[in-house]
Design a protein around this ligand. Sequence first.
Ligand code: PLP
Length: 414
Amino acid sequence: MSDAPQNAARWAYLRSQVPAMERTTYLNAGFIGPMSNQVAQAFRDRFDLEVTWGPTTRVVSEDRMAITTRLKEAGARMLGCDVDELAITGNTTEGVNIAVNGVEMRPGDRVVTTNIEHGGGLMPAYRLREHGAELAFARIDAEDGPGAIVERFDEALGDRARLVILSEISFSTTQVLPVREIVQMAHERGATVVVDGAQTAGHIPLDMHAMDVDAYAIPSHKWLCGPGGMGLLYVKRDRIPDLEPVKVSGRYAASFDYEGKFEPNRDAVTKFEVSTMSSPAAAGMAAAMEQYLESVPQAHWDYVRWLNIEAERRLASIPGVELTGARQEATRSGLFLFRLKGTDPAHLAYYLQAEGGIVCRSVKQMDSVRLSLNAYNNTTDLDRVAEYVERAAMKGIPEAVLEAARAAAGPVEA
Ligand SMILES: Cc1ncc(COP(=O)(O)O)c(C=O)c1O
C-alpha cells in the first residue's frame, strides 16, 4: 500500500460521475452504493429500449442476449473464472442459499460458520441446523490476524465438517479473512466452502481459480454501485454437477416431453438460474463491473485502504472516539469502524446525515458506526466526518436531532 493515492485523476473522475456525491458525503457502499452516470445510463438505455419497442421484439431480444453475454464476460474477468461457471442471481443472499442448499447433507454433518456473518450467510447455516446438521462457529475477534483466524477455523472444522459458510470481508468487524488458507484446510477435510462476497465485489481483487473456492456469491448493488436486484454466483466447474439446484425452471432440462421423459442438464451452471431476469439491472451491473475493471482492482484496493488509514489519522485523536474495526495490514479493508463513547451509534449515524450530509450506517453487533470508503471518496470526505464527529464529541447531539433519531424507524441494518 503506498502512502499517497495513486491514480488521483481516476478517482477524481469517478467522483465527478456520481451524482449523489454532489449532494452528500456518501460513505455507505457496503450497504448500497450510489450509481454513476455510466451505470444509470446503461440501465436507462435498456429500459427505454424495452418501452420503445416492446420487450419481445427482435431488437430487444437480441439486446437481452448481448447484455447477458456482457454481464457474464465482465463477471468472469472480475472474478477470475470462466463464463460458464457463473449463474445470474438476484443478490448475494440468493447465491449463498443456492450453493448452501445444493450440498447434500447427511444427519450429523457439521456446518461451520463464524460469529461475524451477516444474516445472509448465518440464516442458511441455522436453517441447516434446524434440519439435523451440527453447527460450529469459528469465533473471530476484530483484532485477530490471519494466523488466529485460520486457527479458529481449524478448531471449528473438526473432522466432520461438510460445509463452511463465511464472508471474505466481514460486514461487522470489517476484517478481510484469509479465504485461500481456509478453503485449503476445509478441502483437506472434505468440506465444501461457500463464500458470501457481499462486501468484496468492486472492493478487493478476486480470483476464484486461485482461491479454489467451491461457490462464491456477489451482489451488484454494494461496492460495485450497480442497480439492485442483480448478482452473480460462481460455482467451480467440477462442483456444478453435484450441487443440486434448489429451484428449477426450463433451464434445468436437457430434454423433456409431456409423457414423462425428462433429462436434466446437471452440468450447466444455468441450471441455477430461474426464468426471467431484469435486463435493465443486468445492463447496469455489467456497466458497473466494466467501470470497476477499468480502474484496475489492485489500484482500487490500495486506494480504499489508504483512505482507511487516513480516516484513522483523522478520527483517532478525537476525544471519546474508539476505533473498533480491523487495522492490521492483512485484515484492513475499505470499511472503517468507530464509536463515540456514551453515544448510541445509530443516533450518531443519524446525526451525521441530518447535520453533515454524511451517509453511513451503524453496526449494532460492534456498537459502532461504519464508513464505507470507496474509490469516489477522498480525504475531503474524511475531514467532514472528523469535523462532525468532533462536534458531536464536544457539544453532544442536539436534543431535536436525538428525538428525530429515536422517532425514526431506526437505520435499516441490511
Ligand atoms: C456480508 C453480507 N452478506 C450479505 C448481505 C446481503 O446482501 P444482498 O442484499 O446482496 O443479499 C450483506 C449486506 O449488507 C452483507 O454485508
